[in-house]
Design a protein around this ligand. Structure first.
Ligand SMILES: O=C(O)c1cc(C(=O)O)oc(=O)c1
Length: 307
């Protein structure tokens, strides 16, 4: 029994997701998902901002198989702070089918970084979303970035669109590939060709080392409809934003379920219907293959990519 009590109002992941109508290409990678605990085995961090339901590696890999994916990238969830044991445990029990993104502090040793590398970690996450983490000084993050660059890792950044101007100089100084979570959380009630999203596109245009996950329509959508009850046109207000990024930067985009969808307040999506969102944003088999196979393989399993 876990001694943890979930944050009030917590929504658990959707049990019994539907079978997607969209068949993902062979070898597809779910490049953004998490494990939570289980808390009794891998306790949540004292400094966490939320306490989730448990979401184990076995449940994650069952979802992978159900949706038709071949591999996962497991991103350290903030409820585990810089204790990467649950994520690393998921990687080492994946049979080589999962890679990971860790959260580390400057106190991490080279031996610990190497052990994580051996387990399949290929990146660190810097989080600037204030409801999720306490502030970390930029000099500490730059020091970490310099160290992990030597391992060939990349930096994943999570921030809100309104904070991009202030973070621009820091982001553009990072010495690695930089992967933006959830398109930098655009406000999709604003125009897709308005100044806020244009700044994000400019960030990607001017910096060829910047990639984006075109994930989390369930988080970004304002007008819906929700991916529930067989809805095949879910989150249509997010489509123009994600489609724009996929079409302009087809070789620098990734997609992930974001399972088990931390901190959703309004509803929990049916992950099968979330997969059916993909062909609305990557509209040709070629774009779908780049998004789901070629790009994540190049970033996370480069040794398996020929030529
Ligand atoms: O928006 C969020 O609440 C959220 C949280 C986390 C995390 O807690 O790690 O990860 C995500 O990708 C998104």
């Amino acid at each position: 029994m876990s001694e943890f009590t979930k944050t009030p109002g917590w929504l658990d992941w959707y049990a019994g997701p539907s079978q997607p109508r969209f068949q993902v290409p062979e070898g597809a990678v779910d490049a953004h998902c998490h494990v939570f605990g289980p808390g009794a085995e891998f306790p949540y961090a004292p400094e966490r901002k939320y306490t989730p339901c448990d979401a184990s590696k076995a449940q994650l890999y069952a979802l992978r198989d159900h949706l038709g994916f071949a591999r996962n990238v497991v991103v350290q969830a903030t409820c585990h702070g810089a204790d990467n044991r649950a994520m690393v445990d998921a990687l080492v029990h994946s049979g080589g089918k999962a890679r990971g993104v860790a959260t580390v502090r400057r106190s991490v040793t080279d031996e610990e970084l190497q052990a994580m590398h051996d387990a399949g970690v290929r990146g660190v996450r810097f989080n600037f979303v204030k409801r999720l983490v306490d502030f970390t000084p930029k000099d500490e993050l730059l020091e970490i970035a310099g160290r992990i660059a030597k391992l060939g890792w990349h930096v994943v950044i999570y921030f809100e669109a309104v904070d991009l101007p202030e973070l621009w100089d820091f982001f553009t100084a990072l010495p690695t590939t930089v992967v933006v979570d959830h398109m930098g959380r655009p406000d999709v009630s604003k125009p897709v060709d308005g100044p806020e999203f244009e700044l994000f596109l400019k960030f990607m245009r001017e910096h060829p080392n910047v990639w984006s996950k075109v994930s989390c329509p369930e988080r970004l959508s304002v007008a819906g409809p929700k991916a529930l009850d067989g809805e095949q046109a879910a989150y249509r207000d997010v489509v123009p934003f994600a489609r724009k990024v996929v079409e302009e930067f087809p070789d620098r985009v990734l997609w992930g379920t974001d399972w088990p969808h931390p901190n959703l307040k309004d509803h929990m999506p049916d992950d099968g219907l979330l997969v059916d969102f993909i062909p609305h944003i990557a509209t040709t088999p070629e774009l779908q293959r780049q998004l789901l196979v070629d790009n994540p393989m190049r970033l996370y399993w480069p040794e398996e990519v020929k030529g």
